[in-house]
Design a protein around this ligand. Sequence first.
Ligand SMILES: [Zn+2]
Length: 106
Amino acid sequence: MSKKPKKPSSKELRWAKHVASKQHDPNHLPPGAVRADHEKLSHINTYGELPNYYIDRPFVCRDCGIEQIWTAKQQQWWYEEAKGHIDSFAVRCRECRQKRKENNKK
Ligand SMILES: [Zn+2]
């Protein structure tokens, strides 16, 4: 059984957008940010700088058009545990990703 993902409330979305739109002092973590572990990001070779931390990122799902938040925790997992590429970015919500996975299996 998979848990139904919680849809972000408009308040959460507003807040995430507010945080995401600000320029941050890299030495001062914004509220809700998760610090990045550069040792775990060694698979990433980028000409840019590695992130010092992750913040919740609001995005609109490409398939269903619902606004979602890619949380700092999920980004940490994606980049540091799943070894995701730094340029890859959430474009679909969890439900739509699962639907696509199932369709690909067929
Ligand atoms: Zn979706």
